[in-house]
Design a protein around this ligand. Sequence first.
Ligand code: FES
Ligand code: FE2
Length: 331
Amino acid sequence: MAKQGDYQPTAMTAQERFPYYTSFPFSWYRACDTTDLAPGTVRPIRLLARDLVIWRDEQGRAHVMDAYCPHLGANLALGGRVEGCNLVCPYHWWEYDGDGRNVRIPYSDRTNAKARVRSYPTVDVNGFVMFWYHPDPQQGPLWNIPALTEYVTDEWTEPIVAEWNVRCPWQELAENGPDFVHLKTVHGAATVPEVESITYDGWFNHIRARVDFATPRGPQAGRIDTDSWGPGFGVARFSGIIDTVFFATTTPIDWEWTQSMKVYRVKKLGRDADALETTRRVGEALVRDLQKQMAEDNVIFDNKIYIANPALADGDGPILPFRKWAKQFYV
Ligand code: FES
Ligand SMILES: [Fe+2]
């Protein structure tokens, strides 16, 4: 099987390959992991083709804001520091609160109401610092990301994390979800899952499917159930052999590149050493297989284009309903 990077990439730009990609879809997006941002930390990050600052105030609240200080343009993430619940600019020490309002100028009696940094609604959920992006800064979150039990209980193993940068927009990755044919043709699955239902429900979508997993003892019946909450966050649950779950986050880096992250957890088979060892072994094999599948998909994603009027056949997944659903996230 080809791996990501095996081929010389096309000279076409993303805009030529994906003409629909004229705005970043609105969504909750992962900025970083919760554990990577201790109180008092300030970090630069570039996502959605913009420079951002991520910081956590001393009361523990995470913030994501545009990086540039409206005073004279210093990058707040590079040398900025946290004072209590404010972020201090490294240049002239103006202070901003979590909403991006100027709350102190050390050499002036008055603050400056015009000095306003764009601040994105930010939450810690499922181990991620997630922020809400909409092209219209006035448009607040249109949905929430639920806290999932696989993260909050200790019945699951510690996570195994995998991260890729893919040279295509979110929509191309997501279109792979209802495309069950490729499981056989790209990933070598013995059988194609039997889809019970695919539901496009407002900002969410749900796929319920039965599948035969290949095991050393022959095929074993199981399920794959996936749920998405907009473009930036989804979860897939595998059951049958051993319960496995992954949280998937997808974040545009810029117009060419998208970050795709998967955090895998396996349900512990028991508490004793034997059970934990079996969980680890079976889980690692399953995760290795899922990672192999990602690498196989990425070669296609990196080099494909968007066909606006695809030539479809009976047996293809619901590509057009998927695209209709995806369209609503663009302004
Ligand atoms: S540029 Fe930030 S305080 Fe002057
Ligand atoms: Fe795939």
